[in-house]
Design a protein around this ligand. Sequence first.
Ligand code: UN1
Length: 495
Amino acid sequence: MQPTAQDAAALLDSLGVTRSNEGRPVRSPIDGAIIGHVPDSSIADAETRVAEAMTAFGNWREVPGPRRGELVRLLGEELRAHKDALGRLVTLECGKPLSEGLGEVQEMIDICDFAVGLSRQLYGLTIASERPGHRMSETWHPLGPVAIITAFNFPVAVWAWNAALALVCGDPVIWKPSEKTPLTALAVMALAARALARFGDAPAGLIGIVTGGAEIGAALVDHPGIALVSATGSTRMGRIVAERAAKRFARTLLELGGNNASIVTPAADRDLALRASAFGFMGTAGQRCTSLRRLFLHRSIHDAFLERMRAAAASITIGDPRDSTNLVGPLIDDAALQGMRAALDAARAMGATVSGGEVIDGLYVRPAVVAMPAHAGPALEETFAPILYVFAYDTLEEAIALQNAVPQGLSSSIFTTDMREAERFVSAAGSDCGIANVNIGTSGAEIGGAFGGEKETGGGRESGSDSWKAYMRRQTSTVNWSGALPLAQGVKFDI
Ligand code: UN1
């Protein structure tokens, strides 16, 4: 394999990104080498971007939705044409296996397609008025500039889920990517610039970016010109964003931590459950917000299933994610490694049996399967690493109660061929998560559904279904086309 720095330079050139030798160094977790530099934006830069976006909004909100969709269609074309290079760059910068890097770009293309269709379907309602000669309607209007704060683990797809919808909804966007993955963000901006050039008459400042750390994100969150802050990351970060945004009554769309669980019942197809759970906890080295973290096994199958999962983790191929024979790449950085160590130490201190978890080399670790004596300790927290906490249960009620007994509420799943168990799990009395799957793992959602979760996950929904409504403002209009003036609720006020 080539040194990552060489690979990155070639990919950045092919994607049309101007390389810099100054600014914050960006390291590839693959080999720890510096693969580029990105200067931090200043607070003044952030203010300029917002001012430009506010001006752009005045124009863009009056461009017809289907025409706005044309820009997103062109963006989708650029992404299709450069899928391979961008997918490779994602792999270099965040360390996920190449098939996942390419899959992430596919997710961007999918949401662009979805948004193009949506651009002709921003439907409102006509509502029955109680007054004669009156018509009531509900219309969705563009909202204003949207700040999109994203995390390292999906360095480009999360921007696309937000930006594709926001743009067709009539909103300019300003991106604050993770400081760990700014190169892929610059590459996406280069592709967006091509789409804008082909589109022709989009207003300047429609698609912007600022780079840097938390203080740059905070400058966007606090700016009165930002109508919506869409933030993906830890619950700790989300709490800060939510509080700051609430001070000025700005809207937020939060996609925060998950602590996702699967339940495997005696009626499960166990081979399928094993494969799905193995991907769920080890895929992306456990660094998805949807990664499987807790596994509830019925006592009758617990020991045998646990053994098979240990064997799967012990034999999984780990190494350079550019090599397609490796299914698990590195953790993002040393802090992630320390976080994993601390969680495993806490589990051991509780009397848990830990298999795996050792460092192989650099940031490459063996995924850990942890047989837990109780549903407590580190299992109640999100650790962004490949750790699977395993529990035995006796009744489905107990398993559902435990799976819900964490502060987070993103994703969940049940493995069963018993329709009563499956239906109970997805019922009002079942999983309390935003995502509740049957015979599928917790991760790997398609873009067509609304994506997000409850409780400390933040309550936001993005991507498919009617998530677009978060990027628009709702207006109720009552129009009186009669000559009379009847008041609602029969109120009399004759002057
Ligand atoms: C994330 O980890 O922030 O459902 C998003 C999934 C992916 C998205 C994960 N489509 O696993």
